[in-house]
Every structure is written in structure tokens, then in C-alpha cells.
Design a protein around this ligand. Structure first.
Ligand code: G3I
Ligand code: 9MR
Ligand code: ZN
Length: 516
């Protein structure tokens, strides 16, 4: 049975702030060594009603315990006692996590042989794709499979690449292979641009999702390029402009690609939002508006070129926010504040205020949540992405020289609390990262893992989704569950237990920026 004591199942470093969540009727707690002796004792905090889980809980703070070793936390409750999953206190409890998060992108590679263990496979999806509504074909091989499915979609790809690059340029200890990993995706993205118009095809996939137990190289249905979209074209322009500074040898071509995409956007100011054609049923990634994608592109192009046209566009727009696949404004702010040379002081000040107020909101939500999470009760499909995005937001804010109202240390700690949530300190005592933690997700909606009957480690699953009607497994087993408990570790649950490149990427960025 899942324990009622929730903590980071990987553990903590000796000097870390260490908090566990206990049942509301807990009166006393002990941290117990493997030999049964006590390492620490304490009284939990006041009982708190936690609306997202519909439970009353207490927080146990054992930060003062700095002893290294293997432990369990035991709480005394009215009818006896409760015990946590085992955890470690040591210098490097998160060893291997960041590497596994990044390795995932190697396993998601399309069009080339994938090496490594049970999930190895020969090249997949190597045939040219038909441009929707024509007889024309185009070579768009390469890139990463998006998720548990084998579609390759520009919109989420742009977010994933942006996170990896932000993590890379803000870490004290960069990963030697990160840029080559990312280059693979960027090369594919460039093939997705129409040579004639500069517009970018929204995605390449088959017409339907294939069976859940099929390996990538066993999917042989025809590949089709969905129509060009403004969101994809703007995300593409942004990521190419941004990527140039990481790839000096390719920067000229990347900038040309970005400019061509921008020209398409200028020629198509009011383009209808993307919707799947009637006979294509794979991921939609339609955004309500492309204003924020265009905003990101203009900021990135301004940072890359310093040209007035892009600056004017940014100055003429309201400040937009978001670090999701569908709302990307904060990536634009990031480009302007940290990479544009000539800044408009008033505008820059307003952007800094925007970062600060976004972070203030996250900190307020976190302070009200015993689990240290900042979602309120807003647990949607892919909620774990929002958890990680919020932590990333705090770490981006930490880059400001003046973080009025809060300290850099506070921002760092707040980011950590999000990671503790993902690694098990949540109402289900569920580690949402496969392979990491005693009770890590084991049955992700990830086709290669299902096909070989073995779960690939290092994948961030979607997490609780309060819309429990969104898939049959959730409907059957979790119908009406409270928001933060609306999760099931079941391979059929695509709305709570799938994995994606853009759920791994913000967790990677946070790990990198925390120096893990
Ligand atoms: O933003 C709205 C919010 O305003 C509204 O109140 C709320 C009420 O339901 O919904 C929110 O929208 C949600 C949206 O994600 C943004 O968070 C939708 O409910 C939710 O259905 C939607 O889920 C997306 C899902 O596709 C279905 O479109 C996920 O974000 C997205 O990650 C997921 O992506 C799939 C791809 O299509 C295919 N590949 C796998 C991938 C992951 O499952
Ligand atoms: O398996 C698909 C998953 O990868 C997608 O993210 C999800 C998005 O809607 O859809 C899954 O496919 C399901 C389809 O949408 C409905 N019929 C059942 C499919 C799951 O096997
Ligand atoms: Zn493939």
C-alpha cells in the first residue's frame, strides 16, 4: 500500500531543507536508521486542509538532521504508526537523474538507428512524407518522436529545444553532448520549412496513432506533412534565431531560416489557427492565438540581429508570458533581457517586473501548499510540465540582478521544492520520473516501453489530470478523484501517464540550473 508519508524518494543532501508531508492525525515523527535506532525526532506543524487532495495533513521539518545514511520516516498517529518509503541522505542523492533526463532525447530519435539496451531499434520513418492535399513528397527524416507516440510536431519541439538550451547556458556544469543532441532536432526542423514560402509545416505523422505495443520501425503507414501554420512558423523563427548563438558554424544558415520564416509571418498577419485536417488524428497542438509565438520570434530575432524592425515589433506589442507549448511569451522576455544588446530601458524594466510578478505568484501559491507545489488546484493534462515550468520561471527570475521582494536563495529553494514534489513528495507518494525513486512510475504510455515490456528510465510522466474523463483508464479507475490525486500509473492512460520531450525538457533545465 502507498504510504501516507510523502517525501522525495531519492532523498536529500545533508544541508538541504528537508520536509515531509504527514497525515493530519500525526502527533509525532521520527527519522529512523536501518538498524532501527532514531536519528531525529520532532513534532509536525499545524494541521492544514489541502483542497487539491481533499485531505488534512501536517508538515514535518527535519532539516536539522544532517546525518548521512539510509532512513525511513515514521509518524505516530492515533491508531499506531505510518512509515515512509526509504530515502537517503548523502552528498549526491540525485546522481544519474540529469543524465537520464537528457538520454531520453537520444531514445526518441527518429530516422536513425537507436542504440542502447532493450529499446534499441533500426532506423524508423525513413520514407518521404506527402505534403497534405498534394502529390508532392518531401524528405523530413530525423528529429525526436514527440512523446509516447511517433509524431513529430514543430510546436512542442520548439519548447523542448528552448528549455534544453536555456538549461545549457545557465548551468555551472554543462553536459558535453547536449549541443549535439539538440542539433539533431534542429536539423530536422529545418527540413520542415517550405523552401518556396518560408512557412513551416505544422507536423509530420501518420494519419492515425499506431498500436501502443508497436516499435518505431514497425510503423509503416504513410507519412503526411500537415499544412503550414503560423504557430509552427513563429516557433521555428524563434528557435532558429535563438539557436544561432549556440552553433557558430551553423548560425548564418539558422538565421536565414529564421528570417525566411519571419517573412512568411509578415505576409500572413492574420492566419487561421491550426486545426487537424479532417482525416488526420494525431496530436493537434493548436494554439488559441499566435501572438505569443510571434512575440517570441521578434524578441529572438532582435537579440540575434539588433535590427530595428524586430525591436519595433517588440516595442509595439504588449508583454506576453508563458513557458508552455501553447504559451511561449516568457521565452521572448528571456531573449530580450538576457541576450539583446541595445535595450529600451523602460521596456526592459517592465519585462523585469513581469518576471518578478510571475514569480511572486508562484511563491504565493507554493506557500499555501503543504507539498510545496504551485499549481493551486489547476492539475491539467501534463500538470507536471507546469510544475517544472514554474520552477524554471523562478530560476530565470533568479538571473536578475535585483530580485525585489525576494532573495536569490529563496528562488533557488522554491525551485527545489518543485523537484521534491516530482520525486515523490505528493499526495500519492508517486515519483513522476521513471526509474528514480522507490515508487516511480513503471507503466508509462510510451510505445517503445510497452513494446519491449520494460520501462525506459528518466522519463517525466504527465501527472495528475483533474479532467478524469479524458481517457478510459482514468475514467474507469480514477473518475472524480481530487485534482492532485487524479493520476494512474497505467500504460493506457495517455492523459495522465504519457511522456513527452517537452515534459522532460523543463525538468532537465531545472536540474541543470540547480547544478545537479
Ligand atoms: O488551457 C485550458 C484551460 O483554459 C481550460 O480551463 C482547461 C479545461 O479543461 O483546459 C486547458 O486546456 C488543456 C490544454 O491541454 C492546455 O493545458 C486541455 O484541457 C487539455 O486537453 C490539453 O491537453 C493536451 C493534449 O495533448 C490534448 O490536446 C496536452 O496539453 C498536450 O500535452 C497533449 O499532447 C499530446 C499530443 O497531442 C500527442 N502526443 C502526445 C502528447 C502528450 O499526451
Ligand atoms: O496513444 C495516443 C497518445 O500517444 C496520444 O497522446 C493521445 C492523444 O489524444 O492519443 C492516444 O491514442 C488514443 C486515441 O487518442 C484514442 N483511442 C485510444 C488511443 C490510445 O491507444
Ligand atoms: Zn521514427
Amino acid at each position: 500500500m502507498t504510504p501516507n508519508i510523502h517525501l522525495n524518494q531519492l532523498g536529500y543532501r545533508p544541508a538541504d531543507i528537508k520536509k515531509a508531508v504527514l497525515p493530519g492525525n500525526a502527533t509525532f515523527f521520527r527519522v529512523v536508521r536501518v538498524d532501527g535506532s532514531f536519528a531525529f525526532e520532532g513534532t509536525p506543524g499545524d494541521a492544514i486542509y489541502d483542497a487539491p487532495s481533499d485531505e488534512t495533513v501536517r508538515v514535518a521539518d527535519f532539516s536539522a538532521m544532517q546525518e548521512k545514511g539510509d532512513f525511513v520516516l515514521v509518524a505516530e498517529i492515533a491508531e499506531g504508526s505510518e512509515e515512509s518509503y526509504p530515502f537517503m541522505v548523502c552528498n549526491e542523492p540525485y546522481n544519474g537523474l540529469r543524465k537520464a533526463l537528457l538520454d531520453f532525447f537520444e531514445y526518441q530519435k527518429c530516422g536513425v538507428e537507436v542504440g542502447g539496451g532493450a529499446w534499441a531499434h533500426p532506423p524508423c520513418h525513413t520514407t518521404p512524407a506527402t505534403i497534405y492535399g498534394t502529390n508532392e513528397t518531401k524528405d523530413v527524416t530525423g528529429g525526436w518522436h514527440d512523446a509516447g507516440d511517433y509524431g513529430r510536431y514543430i510546436v512542442p519541439a520548439a519548447k523542448a529545444v528552448a528549455d534544453l538550451l536555456i538549461g545549457h547556458e545557465n548551468t555551472p556544469n554543462p553536459d558535453a553532448n547536449l549541443l549535439e543532441t539538440v542539433r539533431f532536432e534542429l536539423n530536422w526542423m529545418r527540413k520542415m520549412q517550405c523552401d518556396k514560402t518560408g512557412g513551416v509545416y505544422h507536423k509530420v505523422s501518420c494519419h492515425h496513432f499506431n498500436a501502443l505495443d508497436e516499435m518505431p520501425h514497425d510503423e509503416h503507414n504513410a507519412l503526411v506533412l500537415s499544412p503550414i501554420s503560423a504557430t509552427a512558423t513563429a516557433d521555428f523563427a524563434a528557435i532558429m534565431a535563438m539557436a544561432g548563438r549556440f552553433f557558430p558554424d551553423d548560425a548564418t544558415d539558422m538565421l536565414t531560416a529564421a528570417r525566411n520564416a519571419w517573412a512568411w509571418l509578415q505576409a500572413n498577419p492574420d492566419y487561421p489557427t491550426f486545426k487537424n485536417p479532417d482525416d488526420i488524428f494525431t496530436g493537434g497542438y493548436g494554439a488559441r492565438t499566435d501572438a505569443d509565438e510571434r512575440y517570441w520570434a521578434a524578441n529572438a530575432l532582435y537579440a540575434a540581429t539588433g535590427e530595428a524592425e524586430f525591436h519595433d515589433y517588440v516595442k509595439g506589442s504588449e508583454i506576453l508570458v508563458g513557458l508552455g507549448w501553447g504559451q511561449v511569451g516568457t521565452y521572448g522576455i528571456y531573449e530580450y533581457l538576457f541576450h539583446a544588446h541595445n535595450q529600451d530601458e523602460t521596456l526592459a524594466a517592465a519585462m523585469r517586473d513581469t518576471l518578478l510578478s510571475q514569480s511572486a505568484r508562484i511563491l504565493d501559491l507554493q506557500a499555501a501548499d503543504p507539498y510545496g507545489n504551485s499549481l493551486g488546484d489547476n492539475y491539467m493534462w501534463g500538470s507536471n510540465m507546469t510544475v517544472a515550468n514554474n520552477a524554471l520561471m523562478l530560476l530565470i527570475t533568479r538571473k536578475l540582478t535585483h530580485t525585489a521582494g525576494f532573495t536569490q536563495k529563496q528562488l533557488t529553494q522554491a525551485a527545489w521544492e518543485h523537484l521534491h514534489y516530482l520525486l515523490g513528495r505528493n499526495p500519492l507518494s508517486q515519483s513522476y520520473i521513471t526509474g528514480f525513486g522507490e515508487n516511480a512510475a513503471r507503466h508509462p504510455h510510451h510505445r517503445p516501453s510497452v513494446a519491449v515490456g520494460q520501462c525506459l528510465p528518466g522519463m517525466v510522466v504527465g501527472g495528475p489530470n483533474r479532467n478524469t474523463q479524458q481517457d478510459d483508464a482514468m475514467k474507469t479507475h480514477r473518475n472524480g478523484a481530487p485534482p492532485s490525486k487524479a493520476y494512474i500509473d497505467h500504460q493506457d492512460s495517455y492523459s495522465a501517464n504519457e511522456v513527452t520531450i517537452y515534459w522532460n525538457s523543463p525538468v532537465y533545465a531545472v536540474s541543470a540550473m540547480l547544478g545537479l
